[in-house]
Design a protein around this ligand. Structure first.
Ligand SMILES: Cc1cc2nc3c(=O)[nH]c(=O)nc-3n(C[C@H](O)[C@H](O)[C@H](O)COP(=O)(O)OP(=O)(O)OC[C@H]3O[C@@H](n4cnc5c(N)ncnc54)[C@H](O)[C@@H]3O)c2cc1C
Length: 368
């Protein structure tokens, strides 16, 4: 016991403000940071009331998540009113994990490795931490594009869903409020998560998304008879944001982890943490979290977001072209930030030129 206490004291204390995805994901890696003692500070009761699903493409930095995944799809669909592309992936299937499962798993590992959880921020100064990382959300800018959605997990009669194939985007829904698509993750032939997702600057009333899900179930999936067993809801900012508090370095979405053009964050948070740990253990230096996206991806996303903001009606065509020109593995690599120059050129060549040229003149400012 005495040896254990001395051991903790010899370590450099670091603090994380917040106990969400990035904070607990880092805490679960405490064993890889033998020279640090990790302190998590959360002033809020962060019990997750509503669980939700994280979708991601399997990549090497996601190995720790794999045992907790609830479903894996090697096929997925991008559908518009006049095209349907079924994409196949050999190496990078799409996977789903429940937030509650991942958070509980991380917390259990963290506690085993002496991570300390504090319920008040006041002690943060007393601890004299060598580094403080802030995981509170970055500053939302009025007028920003937001990915807003409501999801229903539904139970329907057996045979209602094709559980082998996820539907990542189905644009056969009301396109009058912005870029709008249905996302459907079939967990079995009778159970699926169906989300109505909109990219725009204005959140819609709940009835809008709920009507979209009901209409899609009946008109596109042929399902009238279903029961809603769980719901989830979110609004993820799309674009470039300032840190929550410039005094502190960020981690997670407060360090640029949300992909500006897609809202995917979970995989990028794991990538950001893996890279920081690798860097600090190879150089024996301080932990440094950096934006996990390549500069070229951020530039492409900035142009892409400008197209989606100014010409939302082009979205079905653009995503249709993207799906048509890529294999499943290429699509997964591109959306996970792993595209090389050849893949990027392939994507650029497949896009309709004019909306992208126009978008170049309407790019959003990037906060310093
Ligand atoms: C319903 C839903 C579905 C999603 N689906 C996906 C998906 O399929 N794939 C994907 O990649 N991403 C998805 N995301 C996005 C992703 O979950 C989040 O972006 C991710 O949780 C961000 O992690 P984080 O650590 O940066 O922030 P969070 O997990 O939000 O943690 C922030 C922490 O800061 C604390 N905090 C906030 N404000 C304050 C304050 N003022 N004072 C003190 N503490 C504060 C919170 O209590 C929390 O502990 C989804 C998000 C939602 C909401």
């Amino acid at each position: 016991m005495l040896i254990k206490k001395l051991d903790i004291r010899a370590k450099t204390p670091i603090a994380i403000i917040g106990d969400g995805c990035s904070a607990l994901s880092l805490a679960s890696k405490a064993a890889s940071l033998p020279n640090h003692s990790i302190n998590i500070f959360s002033s809020q009761n962060n019990e997750i009331k509503n669980d939700h699903v994280w979708g991601y493409w399997d990549m090497h930095w996601m190995n720790a998540v794999a045992p907790l995944t609830i479903k894996t799809w090697h096929k997925w669909i991008i559908q518009t009113s006049n095209s349907k592309t079924v994409m196949h992936s050999r190496h990078h299937p799409y996977k789903a994990v429940k937030r509650k499962n991942w958070m509980a798993h991380c917390k259990a590992i963290a506690q085993k490795h002496d991570v300390t959880f504090h319920t008040s921020l006041t002690k943060i100064d007393k601890l004299k931490c060598a580094q403080i990382f802030d995981s509170r959300p970055p500053k939302f800018r009025p007028g920003m594009m937001v990915q807003h959605f409501i999801g229903w997990e539904v139970q329907a009669p057996p045979g209602s869903f094709n559980q082998e194939t996820a539907i990542l985007m189905d644009f056969r829904c009301d396109q009058s409020r912005g870029v709008h698509f249905i996302y459907c993750l079939p967990f079995s032939d009778s159970k699926a998560l169906i989300e109505s997702t909109v990219f725009s600057t204005t959140i819609e009333p709940n009835s809008f998304y709920e009507a979209a899900i009901t209409n899609w179930l009946s008109d596109c999936a042929g399902i009238q008879n279903f029961k809603v067993i769980k719901t989830e809801q979110g609004a993820i900012p799309l674009g470039f944001m300032e840190r929550h508090d410039l005094k502190f370095n960020g981690i997670g979405s407060n360090c640029g982890a949300i992909r500006p053009s897609s809202g995917y964050a979970f995989s990028f948070i794991q990538k950001q943490i893996s890279n920081a740990i690798l860097q600090s253990s190879s150089t024996k230096k301080r932990l440094i979290f950096v934006n996990p996206h390549k500069k070229i991806d951020l530039l492409m996303d900035r142009i892409f977001l400008s197209v989606l903001r100014n010409q939302p009606k082009m979205a079905p065509k653009i995503f249709g072209c993207l799906a048509n020109c890529l294999t499943g593995d290429e699509f997964a690599n591109f959306l996970s930030g792993e595209a090389g120059i050849k893949l990027r050129l392939k994507i650029i060549a497949a896009m309709p030129l004019w909306p992208f040229v126009q978008a170049l003149f309407k790019l959003e400012e990037i906060p310093k």
